[in-house]
Design a binder for this molecule. Structure first.
Ligand SMILES: Nc1ncnc2c1ncn2[C@@H]1O[C@H](COP(=O)(O)OP(=O)(O)OP(=O)(O)O)[C@@H](O)[C@H]1O
Ligand SMILES: [Mg+2]
Length: 279
């Protein structure tokens, strides 16, 4: 269980990346969603004890991120957003070494490393030098480390960014199989929807919503999204497209032939806030 109370982060250059956020994460898997620069990595760094907040406090399973950081590091692991193995050693050894550093015996480290690498789809490449793996494969080596770690709490900062759709599904199943609590960040609404029963929505350093996907989508119940090249009624501009929401049964009669009707997703929460999504 993770609890944050008034967490604020002001970087040296004056950027305020977190504006007194308070929340509780107690579900098996929680997803943090927000646009580039929203403050997700800042939050993950603070919770995984890699960085101090400017003010406020947080606890992981009752342990204080400031005063009990050493104890948290024993029960929690984190995969930073930019982490890639660069070692000139086989992928399987990278994972083994990591597990050994976390206190695994050598035999257990080998068994767990191989199992985790197979789970993320690197069964055939685990003997390749990590440096020689593709970008997505390198990323998966880190996901394997986290999965194999058996930690109580696992922080994954954008675990599937850069992965192909098939690999993404592989990593999703691997994440579902993790025994401990998982906190992940993502830009993919479908990823949050696929994995998590608890979604934290963050924008400009503030949390503006938290709940299950169903709860978050409740304001859109019975509506569909209509994408149009011309403005009609109450519409939100996303790039050069106008997005509006109409009752499901009305959609066919209301929309023109060039309009596109789509089911609503968590993307629509950002759109309704007037935020231009980039992807
Ligand atoms: N070391 C730093 N010094 C100054 N500003 C920083 C630093 N790290 C991050 N920031 C700023 O803090 C804000 C939040 O950044 P953060 O990395 O937490 O966002 P994010 O939600 O993880 O974005 P992304 O989806 O792009 O990874 C941004 O404005 C960023 O420029
Ligand atoms: Mg980030």
């Amino acid at each position: 269980m993770i609890e944050a109370d008034g967490l604020r982060k002001r970087y040296k250059d004056g950027t305020v990346a977190l504006k007194r956020v308070s929340f509780r994460l107690d579900k098996k898997i929680s997803a943090i969603i927000g646009r580039n620069g929203a403050g997700k990595t800042t939050l993950m760094r603070i919770l995984s004890t890699q960085m101090m907040p400017t003010s406020g406090s947080a606890t992981i399973n009752g342990l204080d991120v400031i005063k009990q950081a050493d104890e948290i590091r024993k029960i929690a692991v984190s995969i930073p957003q930019e982490a890639r193995p660069v070692d000139y050693m086989p992928a399987v050894d990278c994972v083994k070494l990591y597990l050994a550093a976390r206190g695994f015996g050598s035999k257990q480290a080998k068994v767990s490393a191989e199992k985790a690498l197979r789970t993320v789809g690197l069964g055939d490449s685990m003997d390749k030098i990590a440096y020689e793996l593709s970008g997505g494969m390198k990323r998966k080596v880190f996901v394997a480390m986290a999965i194999a770690s058996n930690a109580d709490v696992i922080f994954l900062d954008e675990p599937t960014t850069g992965l192909d759709p098939f690999s993404r599904v592989e990593v999703w199943s691997a994440i579902r199989a993790i025994k401990g609590q998982v906190i992940l960040t993502t830009h993919y609404m479908e990823e949050a929807q696929a994995l998590s029963n608890d979604v934290l929505m963050i924008e400009a350093g503030k949390i503006f919503a938290q709940g299950t996907v169903d709860q978050l989508l409740r304001p859109f119940n019975g509506l569909v999204r209509v994408e149009s090249q011309r403005k009609k009624g109450t519409a939100y501009k996303v790039g050069s497209t106008w997005v509006s929401y109409v009752k499901k049964g009305m959609a066919k009669s209301l929309v023109g032939k060039d309009d596109i009707i789509k089911p609503v997703t968590l993307d629509d929460l950002f759109i309704k806030r007037g935020v231009n999504l980039e992807s």
